[in-house]
Design a binder for this molecule. Structure first.
Ligand SMILES: [Zn+2]
Ligand SMILES: [Zn+2]
Length: 320
């Protein structure tokens, strides 16, 4: 049986004033997700800083931690400077059919798709994952992202994200013989694909960024979570639950306040609701869960301590 994964996802500045590798290893959690931040159009390799270095990866391995990169790669997978010469490689906006210079790509354009897959394979070689899971997400926004050209118009955002994941999965073995590629269900891909089926090496990643943390995910009295639960259970009819990964926000200070000039705030975290969620997810066959913990840095720990993190780890350790 494959190993269960449980952990958190961090950006480089979260290591300011705290040794997260040591803290993770002591907590019994086993998987560290490495994130370069959100926002469209950033240079992933530059923003990952030390997180892409061999020394850092070696230290994680020595401490018994698995690692993987969870990154918005739209501008790595296709060079947006090509826009002037090859606008047809880029998505057509549904309102006027004009090409979008800073979104993803047209999944019906074979030349664009070849570039995307070539670049994904080469990125996977630069950022190997001990979990063999590759999380190469599109642009981080829910509009002006995917294509509505005449060839793509029948495909929803999730179909287009899955077409891309399938194409990368066909060749991920060139970088990692055990490699698998994620389909990210998040924002406007949460509803799932309508026309496309996953390649056998594509797994579901469920990241319900707009869910409610005052209620458990399976609390039918919460209208917000009810629609998330319905979407999730629909996705599990398409994707294998035992391969699926949950990326949550229980520990994510940055979800509540993105202003890094202000002190980090405590996330909304009720241990009993979290435990109910973990029970729910694992009852459906889920074996892999992490949460963003962005801005849980040294400043956060000095202000709020690590009680929530310790409870988070303790509860995950009961189930996974
Ligand atoms: Zn298109
Ligand atoms: Zn609610």
């Amino acid at each position: 049986m494959e190993k269960n994964h449980k952990g958190i996802v961090l950006v480089p500045s979260d290591f300011d004033g705290i040794d997260w590798i040591e803290k993770m290893a002591k907590s019994g959690l086993n998987t560290l997700g490495l994130h370069s931040g959100g926002g469209p159009g950033h240079d992933v390799l530059e923003r990952l800083q030390f997180m892409k270095d061999g020394d850092f990866r070696h230290k994680m391995t020595q401490n018994g931690l698995d690692y993987e990169y969870e990154i918005h790669t739209s501008h790595v997978l296709i060079d947006h400077d090509l826009f002037a010469a090859k606008p047809e490689y880029f998505p057509a906006f549904y309102q006027n059919q004009e090409r979008i210079p800073d979104g993803n790509w047209c999944v019906s354009n074979p030349e664009a798709m070849k570039l995307v897959v070539d670049n994904a394979v080469s990125l996977a070689k630069k950022l190997p994952a001990t979990t063999h899971r590759y999380f190469f997400w599109g642009v981080d926004r829910a509009h002006r992202d995917w294509c509505h050209c005449p060839k793509c118009a029948h495909l929803n955002s999730a179909d287009q994200a899955l077409i891309t994941a399938n194409a990368i999965a066909e060749r991920i073995h060139e970088a990692d013989s055990m490699g698998k590629v994620c389909f990210l269900a998040y924002h406007n891909t949460l509803t799932g694909p309508s026309q496309v089926k996953p390649n056998k090496n594509v797994f579901l990643e469920f990241a319900p960024i707009r869910r409610c943390y005052y209620h458990a995910l399976n609390d039918d009295k919460c209208a917000i979570n009810r629609s998330h639960k319905e979407a999730f259970e629909k996705l599990l009819k398409i994707f294998d639950p035992t391969q699926a990964h949950i990326l949550e926000y229980y520990m994510d200070s940055s979800l509540y306040d993105r202003n890094t000039l202000l002190p980090p705030v405590k996330p909304t975290f009720y241990p009993e609701l979290f435990e109910e969620d973990v029970r729910y997810y694992t009852s459906l066959g889920i074996r892999s869960m992490t949460s963003f913990a962005v801005r849980q840095d040294g400043e956060y720990m000095a202000l709020h301590g690590d009680k929530e993190f310790q409870m988070y780890a303790e509860i995950l350790n009961k189930f996974l």
